[in-house]
Design a protein around this ligand. Structure first.
Ligand SMILES: [Zn+2]
Length: 210
């Protein structure tokens, strides 16, 4: 239960809601729950590598699921190219593409916000860069200490143990961010509803050709 709460009120969820609201306002589009869910999906998307990680970790001796899809240098341009071609095929504007690219990029920035950072140049380089306390390169020793001593990887036995160490704990900051995201979504939805349903439309005038 506590893991579900960490996901529901966590930073990735808030980012998905905020990104959806931001681009909907910029593009002046109607409220669409499907696009909202798509935005939330994109901000979680890189973590779907948790599934192959759980299946293959013993066989491959892995200590992190980031081995699979946490490659910003490959994933971000791939999503951008896929979004670009999709929007051209369906003759849509780039609204959806911006939501998808922003979702995965924000996810990677969030992943960099801890002591061990993220390998932004992988799979070409596994050097890690952290944004916590300013952008800096993380030493190999700090990474080793983190996985061996902080996460105590060797003591992880079950899937529940995995969730316990991998899913970020909630903080005051994450609750505030969630509150900001929900309020901005509600304000956008309210404006959209009032504009669509309550503002009277002028009656249709005589057609210019008549
Ligand atoms: Zn991640």
């Amino acid at each position: 239960m506590k893991f579900i709460a960490r996901i529901l009120f966590g930073v990735d969820m808030s980012a998905g809601i905020l990104i959806y609201t931001f681009f909907s306002v910029i593009y002046g589009v109607s409220f669409d729950p499907i696009i909202l869910l798509f935005s939330i999906f994109c901000s979680f998307l890189p973590d779907s590598d948790f599934v192959p990680y759980l299946v293959l970790k013993r066989r491959m001796g892995l200590v992190s699921h980031w081995f699979f899809y946490h490659h910003p240098l490959l994933v971000i341009p791939s999503i951008a190219v896929a979004g670009w071609f999709s929007s051209n095929i369906w003759d849509a504007d780039k609204y959806i593409m911006f939501i998808a690219v922003s979702g995965v990029t924000t996810h990677f920035i969030h992943d960099s916000w801890n002591v061990v950072g993220l390998h932004w140049l992988s799979p070409f380089s596994w050097k890690r860069y952290s944004l916590e306390k300013g952008l800096h390169r993380v030493s190999d020793e700090a990474v080793r200490l983190y996985y061996n001593d902080v996460l105590k990887i060797s003591s992880i036995q079950s899937v529940q143990d995995e969730f316990g160490v991998r899913i970020e704990k909630l903080s005051t900051g994450s609750f505030i961010l969630f509150g900001v995201a929900v309020v901005s979504l509600l304000v956008f939805t309210l404006f959209w509803f009032v504009e669509k349903h309550l503002v009277p439309r002028p009656p249709p005038g005589p057609s210019s050709g008549a």
